[in-house]
Design a protein around this ligand. Structure first.
Ligand SMILES: [Zn+2]
Length: 419
């Protein structure tokens, strides 16, 4: 039993990001990858927005996803029309998905200035759109657009909108920070009130304009929300959406909330990189949990510490999310960095370790950089090892076992017995 369900909107909100566009083939590969990761809902977009999205809903059925449910996304009906006559709702139903997500207005400013209808008319729009869709789809999710901004300006009306969604029969009510400007304090205060009047299961959908989407969503979960909506790598309009890679890791490892299986948590880094590759975007090295630098150590003290005990400078075991520890060698390096180099077995107390560090520092002073040049570093260490072999040969200080080990002397032939 999961504590929190994951709703991915990379294929809809994620595609609203500047520079991001996926082909139909990409979208299907994304859906399959999200299923592997263990997400519960995959939002495919609005089937009426273009032929590619309409096609996606036909093709995704062939994937026969076992766990993730596919959702189509659209707005509540237009004011003045009956739900059964509303073109948007008809198109949504044509996608024939088990889940339909309807977004509606909950901020009185939008009702007045954008929809230009009365507050009462907005409540009817929400309630009867949801009721109509409930007759045709297994599950209806109501995304309460701008809920937290609406709650700040007119809490009573914002709550009435949620009540209308509940009366309409919504399976979930998802509270949105659409402009991404709210804080964890706002989220907690609003949820305290919502929890008093709404009994429908709640979700949260945060954007990242104040760089608080993860913190806000965590505050939501702390207040009892059981569904989080976001995108892989936080792809999304403006500054992006909730980054599900960070959120899934935080839910599992920091909040103790089950949302994926342990084997799936280990796929986080791979999934993150897969999405960057399909989007043709360079991965963010510094991305928490999944980036190349997330567990990379450069300072001498840090390297020395993690070699003795990883926990000295790492907040989690990188392996849990499929990442790995890295030691960066630069002119900040000490002998501990040399000990950390894979495959050489040099100890930090060895004279050779000190010599290699001195050589690196001298070369970096001349303008070389080894931090991103693992091959060059490997060659440098091997060259130093060969130099040492030469010196050892001249002074005959190395024992026979060493020459055997490095292959300079052939192994002695097996003793033969005379017949
Ligand atoms: Zn959004």
């Amino acid at each position: 039993m999961k504590d929190v369900l994951i709703y991915d909107t990379t294929l809809r909100d994620g595609c609203q990001a500047e520079d991001i566009s996926f082909t139909l083939e990409d979208k299907l590969r994304i859906a399959a990858k999200l299923e592997e990761l263990g997400v519960d809902y995959i939002e495919g977009g609005y089937p009426g927005s273009n032929p590619r999205d309409a096609d996606f809903f036909k093709q995704v059925k062939k994937l026969k996803l076992k766990n993730a449910k596919v959702a189509s996304f659209g707005t509540t009906r237009k004011p003045g029309a009956k739900p059964s006559q509303d073109l948007n709702l008809k198109v949504l139903l044509s996608a024939d998905t088990p889940v339909v997500t309807l977004v509606g207005k909950t901020w009185d400013l939008h009702v007045r200035d954008d929809l230009r209808i009365s507050k009462k008319a907005n409540l009817e729009v929400i309630a009867d759109s949801i009721a109509y869709m409930k007759h045709h789809a297994d599950e209806v999710i109501f995304d309460a657009e701008h809920f937290f901004d609406g709650f700040r300006c007119n809490p009573e009306f914002a709550l009435e909108c949620l009540q209308a969604a509940q009366d309409g029969g919504a399976d979930w009510i998802v509270l949105c920070d659409t402009n991404g400007g709210r804080t964890p304090m706002d989220i907690r205060a609003a949820l305290e009130r919502v929890n008093q009047v709404i009994t429908t299961p709640l979700g949260i959908h945060c954007h990242n304009d104040g760089e608080l989407a993860v913190a806000n969503s965590m505050a939501g979960v702390e207040m009892g929300v059981r569904q989080v909506q976001g995108t892989i790598n936080g792809f999304g309009e403006r500054c992006g959406n909730l980054n599900l890679c960070s959120m899934i890791a935080n839910l599992e490892l920091k909040m103790g909330k089950k949302c994926v299986k342990p084997g799936q948590l280990k796929k986080l880094r791979e999934v993150s990189h897969f999405f960057y590759e399909l989007a043709n975007i360079q991965p963010n090295k510094h991305q928490p949990y999944v980036g190349d630098s997330a567990f990379a150590h450069k300072g001498g003290l840090h390297v020395s510490g993690v070699l003795k005990n990883r926990e000295t400078y790492e907040h989690i075991d990188p392996d849990l999310v499929g990442n790995r520890q890295r030691v960066l060698v630069s002119d900040l390096a000490g002998t501990a960095h040399v000990e950390a180099l894979d495959g050489f077995g040099i100890k930090k107390k060895d004279t050779l370790a000190r010599q290699i560090v001195e050589k690196i520092k001298a070369l970096e002073h001349q303008g070389y950089a080894f931090e991103a040049a693992e091959g060059s570093l490997d060659l440098l260490v091997r060259t130093r090892l060969c130099d040492c072999i030469g010196v050892a040969f001249r002074y005959r200080v190395i024992r026979r076992e060493f020459w055997l080990e490095v292959g300079v002397l052939p192994a002695a032939p097996a003793p033969t017995t005379t017949p």
